[in-house]
Design a binder for this molecule. Structure first.
Ligand SMILES: CC/C=C\CC(=O)SCCNC(=O)CCNC(=O)[C@H](O)C(C)(C)COP(=O)(O)OP(=O)(O)OC[C@H]1O[C@@H](n2cnc3c(N)ncnc32)[C@H](O)[C@@H]1OP(=O)(O)O
Length: 730
């Protein structure tokens, strides 16, 4: 039985049982229906309590069954909505005891109950939109009736999860308890036996609409369109809420169902659900040699140090403090220390305010303290150190050498680098097995991704400790192997290069950005480069002798070692155009540090003159071709990364792109996207591009892509079996 019943006095307690999160699978729904009907008919039962086993109410409908569900038959035959309806219509009071989580269908079930008691640490939300769906079991009709249209609109269209104290303030739950929610619910159930229930049935509540409800809904659609470019579910959620506003409850439910079915099984829903499971599978990292959670012993980090308080160091320090870790922040001189400490303090103040607003009056754990110092010896007691100085190998090695002698034995040493060799850094220490790369993304206190780069000697203890830390920091950690630029930036390089080549060939930054933004990227490559800072890539190219003083005399302007090269970004930097930080880059900004990108006539004129000077003929490239020209080399590099054994599987690459590079989640990630377009299409286009541009090696199709196409393009979940990890060194 997926729903268990036991009787306490005259109260029937129904427990949802489907580990690990009590997902409402079709069997659970059938079982719930049977037990509910049974207890409503039983004259000895006067009231009902609904709860979940092991302190979790329910994580919602069972997502794993979605791909096996035929929406035309299965959903109509039996739906959670029927269960909800039986609970709501019951003449005996039904009380939901919400512990742990009530998410998606779990919360929808709780909303159909007459009363809701939550444990103080419980969390509730209608998260379906994040899976490319809408709450299809009455959630879009009940929540606005319960908490009003604006608050329901916010929760349903963003999938926001709120803690119980906030849920109480919003009116989602009736009360919270620090004790057992089930005990409290039984107590309440006994108390309300015989009391009228009509006013407790949300379906009977009139909907309270603000006078401007139409413009509220229309404005929400515009805002969501911008925030989640190209994503359907957010838009459709608004339409379901509109139905709640305009129609009686029963008709609203019919409309909700119709809209739900329009999303169910859509490519976007498949992509979002794939992204959900990809994150779970990547969290269960395993190295090719078989090291994983089971064989490792992750250590708890109580005190961590951050070296360098530039933008990255500041964000990392804040991220650690937010996770209640004590932080020691080290800088090299007074001036930098003061600048860094001011910035960290200001961010922490903003974060405290946000936390207080979000959690309202609920007493919450405070942040860890941050101590600022110039004294390296202060690191001697740190459990883990994250070095976050700028990208300079000599400097990093000097720091790691010092750390070796200062830090306690067993302290973990991490380097925040976006592409430098972890092994070279580890080689100067006394503990290469406790050295690892932690590639944070800016702003580090907000961005979800943490690329965890294992070196040749990195032990399973340090991998598991840092993966554990990523969870504590509320980040998505992905273990990758050590290679220049790691995974994320390795794929980014051909993408950016291709975009710049388009400018040489006659396109403008605005045109290229528009195509990628219409695809769903939060920002096109040029707006993103301006945000990240053009000088970072420029310095690295100077370091590698691709430009600047180290460039060999006589090198052709548009070629490096026989490969196509565009000096456009270098020239911009030479002109002092570093992007937002200097008020100008590929675009112009209202001020230094401004965020509103505007077309810059200087850039257009400069591009025109450049093309003229180099006698470059303008090419006519359609929008579709701009997209393929930029994305397929990125995907191709993804296949090369898999071939090289740098990432364990396509899911790892997709999780990196969804969480760190602004890839639209409703497109699943670059590798999932390739599987949806069809690998033969990607291969044919790459072959065509490469034939016409033999001086761009990133267009040369990868062997893995060719092999997969030859095998008839197996589904993505089978690609992993093709990988032999030829270069794995663990
Ligand atoms: C008519 C249709 C009505 C409603 C539609 C829906 O309800 S759609 C589903 C809505 N629910 C959600 O979006 C919740 C998704 N789950 C989560 O957010 C988290 O898993 C949760 C519940 C907060 C627990 O997080 P935690 O970090 O503790 O664990 P983890 O995420 O690793 O999950 C543990 C394993 O449970 C599996 N799982 C979680 N939720 C579901 C689910 N709804 N259906 C099926 N499976 C679920 C997850 O994949 C993990 O499995 P594992 O095999 O260990 O990887």
């Amino acid at each position: 039985m997926a729903a268990l019943k036991h009787i306490v006095g005259s109260v029937a307690v129904i427990t949802i049982r489907n580990p690990p999160v009590n997902a409402l699978s079709p069997q659970v729904q059938v079982s719930l229906m049977e037990v509910l009907k049974d207890v409503t008919l039983d004259p000895s039962v006067k009231a009902i309590v609904l709860c979940g086993e092991n302190g979790k109410f329910s994580g919602g409908a069972d997502i794993r069954t979605f791909s096996k569900t035929d929406p035309k038959t299965d959903i109509k035959r039996m739906s959670l909505d029927d269960v909800n309806s039986v609970a709501e219509r019951s003449r005996k009071p039904v009380v939901a005891a919400v512990e742990g989580v009530a998410l998606g269908g779990g919360l929808e079930l709780a909303l159909a109950c007459h009363y809701r008691i939550a444990h103080v640490k419980a969390r509730v939300g209608l998260t379906e939109v994040l899976l490319g769906l809408l709450p299809g079991a009455g959630g879009t009709q009940r929540l606005p009736r319960l908490i009003g249209v604006p608050a329901a609109l916010d929760m349903i269209t963003t999938g926001k999860i709120v803690p119980a104290p906030v849920a109480v303030k919003l009116g989602i739950v009736d009360s919270v308890t620090e004790g057992s929610a089930v005990e409290e619910a039984i107590h309440l159930a006994q108390k309300v036996v015989g009391q009228p229930l009509e006013s407790r049935r949300i379906c009977s509540k009139p909907i309270q609409c603000p006078p401007n409800v139409d413009s509220l809904l229309n404005d929400a659609k515009v805002k969501l369109k911008k925030q989640f470019r190209g994503a359907e579910s957010h838009q459709v959620c608004v339409e379901a809420i509109r139905a709640a506003v305009q129609l009686p409850f029963a008709e609203g439910i019919v409309k909700e169902r119709e809209l739900f079915l329009s999303l169910f099984n859509s490519d976007q829903a498949k992509a979002c659900q794939y992204a959900f499971f990809a994150e779970r599978s990547v969290a269960k990292w395993t190295t090719p040699s078989g090291a994983n959670w089971k064989s490792a012993s992750p250590q708890t980090i109580r005190t961590a140090a951050v070296i360098g308080l530039g933008t990255m160091g500041q964000g990392i320090a804040v991220s650690l403090a937010k996770a209640q870790i004590q932080v020691i922040a080290v800088e090299q001189d007074e001036q930098q220390l003061e600048k860094g400490s001011k910035a960290v303090t200001a961010i922490l103040e903003r974060e405290t305010l946000k936390k207080q607003q979000f959690e309202l009056a609920h007493k919450s754990d405070s942040f860890g303290s941050v101590t600022f110092t110039l004294d390296f010896n202060a690191l001697k007691n740190a459990d883990l150190v994250i070095e976050a100085v700028y990208e300079n190998m000599a400097l990093k090695k000097e720091i790691f050498q010092r750390l070796s002698s200062i830090c306690k034995p067993g302290a973990f040493l991490c380097t925040n680098t976006s592409g430098l060799d972890i092994d070279e850094i580890a080689s100067v220490t006394d503990r290469p097995h406790l050295v690892i790369g932690t590639h944070f993304f800016s702003p580090a206190h907000l961005m979800k991704l943490l690329e965890v780069v294992r070196g040749y000697h990195s032990s399973s203890t340090i991998i598991s400790t840092v993966m554990n830390l990523s969870k504590v920091l509320n980040k998505v950690g992905v273990v990758v192997d050590n290679c220049p630029l790691f995974v994320g930036n390795r794929l980014l390089l051909p993408y950016i290069n291709q975009a710049v080549f388009l400018l040489e060939d006659g396109r403008t930054p605005e045109e290229v950005d528009q195509v990628l933004e219409e695809f769903g990227y939060a920002m096109g490559p040029f707006r993103m480069s301006d945000l990240a800072g053009l000088d970072i890539g420029w310095r690295s190219r100077m370091e590698f002798g691709l430009t600047g003083p180290k460039l060999l005399p006589g090198a052709p302007v548009r070629q490096r070692e026989g490969k196509r090269y565009s000096p456009l970004p270098d020239i911009l930097c030479e002109e002092g155009r570093f992007g937002q930080k200097s008020g100008k880059g590929w675009y112009q900004y209202e001020t230094v540090g401004g965020r509103n990108a505007a077309r810059d006539p200087w850039v257009h004129n400069f591009l025109h003159e450049y093309r003229r000077a180099h006698a470059i003929k303008q090419k006519n490239v359609s929008q579709g071709e701009i997209l393929e020209w930029c994305l397929y080399p990125l995907i191709n590099e993804g296949f090369k990364v898999l071939e090289d054994g740098i990432a364990s599987g396509p899911e790892d690459i997709d999780v990196i792109y969804n969480n760190g590079y602004g890839w639209p989640r409703h497109k699943g990630g670059p590798m999932f996207y390739a599987s949806m377009i069809g690998l033969p299409r990607v291969l044919v286009k790459l072959e065509e591009f490469y034939k016409n541009n033999p001086d761009i090696p990133s267009l040369k199709p990868s062997n893995l892509l060719k092999a997969l196409v030859k095998q008839g393009s197996p589904p993505l979940k089978e690609w992993r079996s093709q990988l032999g990890y030829p270069n794995s060194r663990l």
